[in-house]
Every structure is written in C-alpha cells, then in structure tokens.
Design a protein around this ligand. Structure first.
Ligand code: SF4
Length: 370
C-alpha cells in the first residue's frame, strides 16, 4: 500500500491545501470543472471540497459514461434483450440504469436473459459456450473502455465467432469538451482533465483547450494529493495568466497516448455523424460505431433496433447538473423521488455520477440520525 499512503499523506495534503489557499486570490472567483466522474467521486469521498477556499467552485463534468447515455439507447438495449435468441450482456453499473421501460435488471426479473459481465471478453466466451444463442454486448464508456471492446471485436473476427455482436454506445471525450467550451454562457476558468481516458488518448488532444480557448488544463490522478496538486498547477497557471496543458498524472498517462489501443480502436470503430448525449444534446462526431470491416459483429446491422427517442422525466434536472448549472441537491427530486436505491436519473446510478457521489458522501452524513 506504499503508493496509496504517499498520495494520502496528511502533512503533504495540509501543505498543498495551504498552497491552494495562498494561490486563490480572495477577490477572484474560480470555476473549475473536473471532467471525470472518477474525480467527482474522489472529491466527495475524500472531502476535498472542504479543503478548498469558498471562492473555488468545482463543476462536475460529463465524464461518467452511464450518466450521459440517453434513455432511448437503454430502451434499444432492452428491445434487443427481448428477442428470443438473444443473451444481452452488460457491465454491472449498466444494469440499474433506467430507460423509459425500466432497467435491464427489472427486465431480467421478468425473464429476459440479461447477464452482467466484467469484460467484453466474458461476453465473447459466453457466445462460444452458447452457439444456439446470439450474445450481444451492450458497450458503454469513453476511450477508457473502448479499447477492450475493440480488442474483443478483433478476437471475435479472428476466431470466427458468428453469434456475437456489439451494441456500441462508446463515446469520445474531446467533442464533449468542445461542446461545453462552445456552449453559450460558458464561465469555466480551467479544467482538471480525466485520468483514465488520458491513459488511452494522452494529453495532446487537449491542446486546443489552452490554444483556442485560453483555459488551463491539467490531467490528474485520482488520489487526494493528485487532485490537490492538479489544483495547484491550475491556480499557478491562472495566477501567471497562462493557459497550457499539463500532465499531473504522468506516472500513468503518456503524452501521446497508448498507441496499440488507439490502433485497435481505429481498426474496429468509425465515428458516428451525431450522437445524443443525455443532458448535453446531440454532439457531432462524438460517438463510435462498429466499422464496416466488423459489420458482421455489429448489433445495429444484425438486428432491427427501434432507435427510441425518449425525453427525461420532467422533474429530473440531470442536464442542468451535468452542465454545472445546478449542484446535485438543487435538483427538485434529489434524495426524495430520486435516490441510489430508486434512481430516476442516471447521475444517481453510477458511483461516478455526481448525484450518487453527493448522496453517499454528503447528503447521507447530514441526514444520518434524522
Ligand atoms: S437527483 Fe436524480 S433526477 Fe435529479 S439530477 Fe440527480 S440523477 Fe438527475
């Protein structure tokens, strides 16, 4: 546990928090977005917000893959699961994501063959074991998980497994950041960049943020000291009137990314012209489809998928929370109709969702003993 201890060292944390206090000019307000849901989770889990001065406001970004998947795509997945010969497979956090017609877990309880897997390779193995069935892998996630889907497609093709396909819902982070930067009324001062995604894409793709938009961008690790150090790096840039991309997470993130992973993705995927993001709307070239070369393993080509368009329940304010306009507890149904046990919105489902993180680490402590 040596490495974790080092990144949670109380003295170093105190020292770094003091440096943040020193750098944050009292007469200025700082709005800093942490893009990644893992960072949002860590910020709440470790109480890092309490170590920051009041004039630093953290905005939780769109980097939680479950949270940005629109309800219509969940319903499309459920429609696939209802086909007689299909076994639908998905990651665990996907199982409780509500579509209009319920969650995958609820449909499973009604008899549909839906199974949780830990990796797309598990889904492929399931297909090999069940040649009379067709196994669909419901793929979600940013560039963090897309390479494992890509490599599974390559293996399926190499082994000639014909009863397996991917329902591809992978999204890419750069267009989402562009959409945020281009949105009217954008008031962010800087970004804490995602750690996991950057282990695949590297830091170079973020250079436009500093070059074209004049905003500092620091790619960060997930431990308390990582995030506080990243904050120091951001504040130093802002104090110096600079805007550049820096890599705080250099122990895991190569500047130019993971080339074999990027190559596997470029061989198996192609960009969709448009994709609907929950809370952010339609963003061009922001999601991946299975490429022509792997068409035989593409669920969208092999099955008639309804292409359901569903608007979120009226009371749900996930979009505002995703854009940083509202904080989780400001949603009208936070903690009442929408809880981690009965989520209405996707931000309450995954532990990386801003609402679930706030609920577990702030709301529950305040209401304990009520
Ligand atoms: S409380 Fe529920 S409905 Fe409201 S923003 Fe959060 S996830 Fe969405």
């Amino acid at each position: 546990m040596k490495y974790v201890d080092e990144f949670r060292n109380p003295e170093l944390i105190e020292k770094t928090a003091a440096e943040i206090e020193r750098l944050a000019t009292p007469e200025r307000h700082y709005r800093i977005m942490e893009i990644c849901g893992g960072h949002t989770h860590a910020i709440y889990r470790f109480g890092l917000k309490d170590l920051l001065p009041d004039n630093i406001v953290l905005i939780h970004g769109p980097g939680c893959p479950v949270c940005v998947l629109p309800m219509g795509r969940v319903d499309d997945g459920l429609a696939l699961a209802e086909q007689d010969e299909v076994i639908l497979t998905a990651f665990g956090d996907m199982m409780r994501v509500p579509g209009q017609r319920g969650t995958p877990l609820e449909l499973k309880a009604q008899g549909a063959d839906i199974r949780m897997v830990y990796s797309p390779l598990d889904a492929l193995a399931l297909a090999q074991k069940n040649p009379e069935k067709h196994v669909v892998f419901l793929a979600i996630g940013f560039e963090t998980t897309a390479p494992s889907t890509a490599l599974t497609l390559k293996r399926a093709k190499a082994l000639g497994v014909e009863n397996f396909s991917v329902f591809n819902n992978h999204v890419t982070i750069i267009p989402a950041i562009r959409a945020i930067l281009d949105s009217p009324g954008m008031r962010l001062d800087a970004f804490i960049g995602p750690g996991h995604v950057s282990t695949v894409i590297g830091c170079r793709p973020y250079e436009f943020v500093a070059r074209d938009h004049g905003r500092p961008f620091v790619t960060s690790g997930f431990e308390p000291l990582d995030l506080l150090q990243s904050m120091v790096m951001v504040l130093r840039q802002l104090a110096a009137g600079e805007a550049k991309v820096e890599n705080q997470y250099a122990r895991a993130v190569p500047w130019d990314g993971n080339q074999p992973a990027l190559k596997a993705m470029s061989e198996t995927f192609t960009l969709r012209p448009y994709f609907e993001w929950r809370g952010l709307g339609s963003i061009s070239q922001s999601a991946l489809a299975v490429s022509e070369a792997y068409a035989d393993w593409d669920s969208e080509r092999r099955f008639d998928i309804p292409g359901v368009q569903v608007t979120d329940p009226k009371a749900a304010q996930c979009g505002e929370v995703l854009k940083g306009v509202l904080k989780p507890p400001q949603c009208k149904i936070f903690g009442t109709e929408c809880t981690p046990e009965r989520p209405i919105g996707a931000l309450m489902v995954s532990s990386e969702g801003a609402c679930a993180a706030y609920y577990h680490y702030v709301h529950r402590q305040h209401t304990a003993g009520d």
